[in-house]
Design a binder for this molecule. Sequence first.
Ligand SMILES: [Fe+2]
Ligand SMILES: [Fe+2]
Length: 134
Amino acid sequence: MSLFRWGSEHEIYLPEIDAEHRGLFLAGEELHRALAAGATPDRIKEGLHSLLQLTEAHFLHEERLMRASGFEAYEWHRRQHDTLRKRAREIDGGDNLSVTAALDYLAGWLRDHTSVADRIMAAHIRNWGRRKAA
Ligand SMILES: [Fe+2]
Ligand SMILES: [Fe+2]
């Protein structure tokens, strides 16, 4: 059963950000499958490393957009990213149970965060884009 399943309900209608979210879901699912298939420790570590790299690049992208657009809830939003960053630092990449638990956490976190915080941010960024274009 897939843990990270991308669906249109995850769209926040900012194409670049939606593409990054889709990439995170894909990387998460790939790692989830690798664990289920009994992949080697090196493959697990590699998959985890690239998932965390994608996540950090994505967070930095959103944080840049929020600052550039003067988003009033920036701190609140960034604190949510920081919670995930902190959780990510606790993962032991050499321990499959630790990676599995972290993936469960990430899947839930992504679902909740994209559907609330990222949506609020997206509405602000779209308005900012329209004001800039006007
Ligand atoms: Fe976010
Ligand atoms: Fe996001």
